[in-house]
Structures are given as C-alpha cells and as structure tokens.
Write a protein that binds this ligand. Structure first.
Ligand code: FAD
Length: 507
C-alpha cells in the first residue's frame, strides 16, 4: 500500500528527531506527517549526553550549531571520564578521537607499546588531543584553531554535545512544524488494526478523534504503545549481562561556581554508577543502579551526597529493562527510541540509536509501500548494532577488580557473550582490536576502556618491532608537541561557550 500518511506517536527526543528528519519529505508535499503527543503523559525527561554522530544529525538538518546550543543551554563534550571503575580511585577518559595515528599500517597502540618496552614511559593519553583538552578544561573546534594557528599539522578535535533534553525537543518541534509537520495534542486511548493484514490503521485520541496512517513511527517511550501493546512484538532481555535496572535523576545548580567541564563524568558506586552531565547553567545528575543490590532510598541518598549544588527539580525515579524488541520494524510500525529498546546511558548511546534508526528508515523508505525485505534488513542491521553496543557496555562491568560489594563481585565473575570474550583475549595477547562490520565504537574506544580498566596488553603487532626506534621516538615527540600546542592555545571551555553560544534561557 502506498505511503501517503506518516503518523509519529510520541513527542520526546525520539518523536521530534524523527519528525525533524522526516520533514524533508514535506518539501514537495510527498506525504502528510502528523505527530501525536500527550502533555499529560509527558516525556522521560532525561537523556542529555550525546556522542559525535549527533553533530552530523544536526548538520544534516542544517541547523545553526551556535543557535541550537544557545537554545538548549548546551555545552561541548570531548569524551567521558570514568571514575572508580577498575578499582576505587581509578580515573580515565574515553575520548572521542583517536590515540595518535596509524603508523606503518598498524594502529598506534602497538607502536606506543613497543616504544614503552624500550623506555618511553609516556602514557597513551598524551597522544590524544580530546583527553588533554578535557583534563585542562579547554575547548575549540578544529575549524577555529586551524584558522587562528595557521598550521596544518594539528590534530582534529572530535566532539559531541551536552543538551537540555526538553529544550532540544522544543527546538526540533519548532523546526519540524515550520516544515509542515502537524502536531496533534491528545492521549491515544485505542489502536485499530486491519482485520486481514494486522497492520495498524489508526489511533484514537481521548477526544474521540481518529488519526489514520499508512506508516506509524512508534516513539511512545518504554510503553511501546504500538510496537508492544498493539502488536505484541515481545522483548529480548539482557539484564543478566547489564544488571542495572533503575535510575534516579536529579539536576542541580553548580553552587561551587565551577565551570562546566567539557566531558561527561561516570562515577561508579557500590551497585551502579552516577552520571554528571554539565550544561551551561546546571548539571544533569543521575544514579543508575541495580535493584537486586540497592534500594531506591539508598540510591537517592548517594546521589544527593555527590552532586555539586542545590537540586533544581524533584528526583525522577525510573525503571527500565535492558534489551530490545524482537522486531524493531513490525508490520507498518517502526519503533524508535525507548519504544525500540534500551541500554543504560553509560556511553550515551540511546539518542545515537534514535539517530541511526531514523537514518535507516529514511534511506530504506519507499512511498510505494512496505516490503518484507525492507523490514528484515532494518531489523537485522539494528539488532546487530544493539549487540555491538551491548558488548562494549558489558566490558565496563566485567573489566573490574573491585571486590567491595556483592554487585561488583557479580559483575566481575559473570559470564559474558563470546563475542566480548574474544575481543578481550585478542587484545590481551596481541593488542589487536578489530572493529566489527560498521560497529559504532572505534579501536580507540575499546583500547581506552580496556587499558583504563587494567586489562593488560601483553604483546603488540610485530610490525612495530621493525620500526626505527629513534625515528619513531622523534615522531611521537612531534605528535605530543602538536597536541600540547593546540591545547595550550585553546580558550577555556567556559570562554568558548560564552563567546560562541551563550545560553539564551535557563530551563
Ligand atoms: P519519551 O521521552 O518517554 O517520550 C514518549 C512520548 O510518547 C511522550 O511525548 C509521551 O507523551 C508520548 N506518549 C506516550 N504514550 C502516549 C499516549 N497514550 N498518547 C499520546 N502520547 C503518548 N540517552 C542518551 O543518548 N544520553 C543520555 O545521557 C541518556 N541518559 C538516560 C538516562 C536514563 C536514566 C534513561 C532512562 C534514559 C537515558 N537516555 C539517554 C535515553 C533517552 O532519554 C531517550 O533515548 C530519549 O529521551 C528518547 O525518549 P523517547 O522519545 O523514546 O521517549
């Protein structure tokens, strides 16, 4: 059946990202797009840390970066600092850019490891511009400093954003409505399925209004109003590998007057971990924990005792089940965002999964109708994407030496997917990391977490041993020097924000 009416159910980050991206189809009035949301139900109200592909999403929409960041009180993010994960007292940064660069056709960690065996004791981190800028609280975009410094040998800076989720949804709403997406306020109370095909034909609102569609994008959050409640797609659960199942969120002021750091912080506690997401005017905070090992009151108290100032809202307690729907695209319903699945926000991957789901939907969409091949391809690619991210998240829990709580004892000793075991064993023996197919996380990401959490790299690629020691040392000196030069000449993150994208209004 031809697609003439697209209905998006839900107006959280997922709904409005889908609406904004799909609104391009409105240019020649190819389709009608309606978004239904209920103010009374509201949104999940969290989800403020992003990763670099999110920058591309906004570029694709052709939104002005500084204008968008001003509107969402946004700040820049160069990576994630992990505190207390390997052992209490440990700290490392998972940066968004690479360590060094490929030399002699092999990855940088091999060259670094070989030089280290020959007395060069510099840590890997000094060869990464994002890590060094994060430590010094500095920020600049590549295009700014290459213009100012007039040098071409300087490393690029990879970054993402911290955003106020509510303000971002409002920003995209304006964008999508200006391009012809129609917003419909109301609570959906019923869903009608076609008697023969089983497709969703319409949704009914509490006002009695009926909204018909040919393709439905279910962005209704954890409840999965269409994909689960109407189509009973069922869920694959991964709680045995990622046991955290609760969170309490509590934004706060930065009463200590500290500037917003250009990174997210993830601090491990006794049965989970705490996020700190610095916006321009406040911090987003939350404690993700495992209800089998910790009560909600204790999780709340730990959070309150570890935030930078006075809370700006009431605590928001959330429950979740880690995993995903057995089909992301079922019949004429495509689930996006929390309706599709959820993995905890340790590496800020949920908004990214919205982004890739919307990208895939648009690239596979045909207005002539929906085929099995489309659905199957979408489902296969998305399931693979989830599994690769899942393994990377599990790594953080598995690679710990902590013995101070039952939770960490469980994580340290749990069995993990074979795909992850192989990755860890390969890295230990040879320092090799292979990025599987088009998986999100790079070699640097895997190396950062494995080394940051004390997985020993015993060997390296033998090609590194063929390199001239003195020449290689000189090359590493130059690399370190150019990173230091860039970082020293960057403005502070706070100064950059004040000049480039000062927050328009605090929410
Ligand atoms: P929601 O925000 O729940 O929106 C659902 C929408 O559906 C709402 O508009 C609601 O009104 C509507 N709706 C539901 N039922 C009906 C109905 N019957 N009738 C009409 N409308 C209805 N992601 C990141 O990338 N980075 C992070 O740092 C991050 N942190 C997170 C921390 C926690 C604790 C959690 C739980 C999630 C986090 N996420 C993070 C995920 C992120 O919050 C979500 O991916 C994002 O907010 C998208 O949510 P959503 O739009 O799918 O759902």
């Amino acid at each position: 059946m031809a697609i003439r009416q697209i209905v998006i159910v839900g107006g959280g980050t997922a709904g409005w990202m889908a609406a904004a991206a799909l609104s391009r189809l409105k240019t020649n009035n190819l389709v009608d797009i309606t978004l239904v949301e209920s103010e009374a139900i509201g949104t999940v109200g969290v989800g403020e840390a992003t990763i670099p592909p999110f920058v591309n999403f906004n570029e694709l929409l052709e939104v002005d970066e500084s204008e968008m960041l001003s509107a969402v009180q946004g700040s820049f993010k160069l990576g994630i600092q992990f505190v207390n994960w390997g052992e209490i007292g440990d700290s490392y940064i998972h940066p968004f850019g690479a360590y060094g660069y490929t030399m002699g056709g092999i990855s940088f960690q091999h060259v670094w490891h070989r030089q280290r065996q020959h007395g060069d004791k510099r840590p890997l981190q000094v060869f990464n511009v994002e890590t060094m800028a994060a430590y010094f609280g500095r920020f600049s975009r590549t295009q700014d400093y290459t213009k100012n410094f007039e040098r071409e040998d300087l490393p690029p800076v990879n970054y993402a954003y911290h955003i106020n989720a509510t303000a971002y949804a409002a920003f995209l709403r304006k964008y999508a409505e200006q391009r012809g997406v129609v917003r419909q306020e109301g609570k959906i109370v019923d869903v009608t399925l076609d008697g023969e095909s089983g497709d969703v034909t319409s949704v009914q609102l509490d006002s009695g209004k009926e909204i018909a569609g040919d393709l439905f994008v279910d962005c209704s959050g954890f409840r999965g109003l269409l994909i689960e409640q109407a189509l009973q797609t069922c869920y694959t659960e991964w709680t045995h590998w990622l046991p955290c199942d609760r969170a309490v969120a509590l934004p706060c002021n930065r009463d200590d007057g500290s500037p917003p750091p250009p990174f997210t912080r993830a601090t491990a506690h006794s049965a989970g971990w705490q996020w700190q997401v610095p916006l321009q005017h406040r911090n987003g905070n939350g404690h993700v924990y495992c209800s089998s090992f910790m009560e909600a009151d204790e999780a709340h108290d730990i959070l309150v005792n570890n935030i930078a100032g006075k809370p700006t809202a009431d605590p928001n307690h959330l429950r979740f089940v880690t995993g995903h729907r057995n089909k992301f695209w079922n019949r004429n319903v495509v689930a996006v965002g929390l309706a599709a699945g959820f993995m905890e926000p340790l590496e800020s991957t949920s908004i990214h999964l919205i982004n890739t789901a919307v990208d895939k939907l648009i690239s596979m969409l045909s207005l002539d109708g929906i085929t099995d091949a489309q659905r199957d391809t979408f489902n296969r690619l998305t399931a693979r994407e989830y599994a690769r991210i899942r393994d990377f998240l599990i790594l953080h829990y598995k690679a710990t030496e902590r013995t101070d709580s039952e939770f960490w004892n469980y994580c340290r000793t749990m069995s993990v997917p074979d795909t992850l075991t192989q990755k860890i064993e390969l890295f230990k023996a040879t320092g090799q990391i292979f990025r599987e197919e088009d998986e999100l996380f790079t070699e640097t990401s895997w190396a950062a977490v494995m080394m940051g959490q004390r997985i020993p790299m015993i060997g390296h690629n033998p090609v590194a041993d063929t390199m001239d020691l003195v020449k290689t040392r000189k090359e590493l000196d130059e690399m370190e020097q150019s990173i230091r030069y860039v970082v020293q000449n960057m403005p502070s993150h706070e100064q950059f924000l004040a000049q480039y994208c000062p927050a328009r209004e605090a929410a």
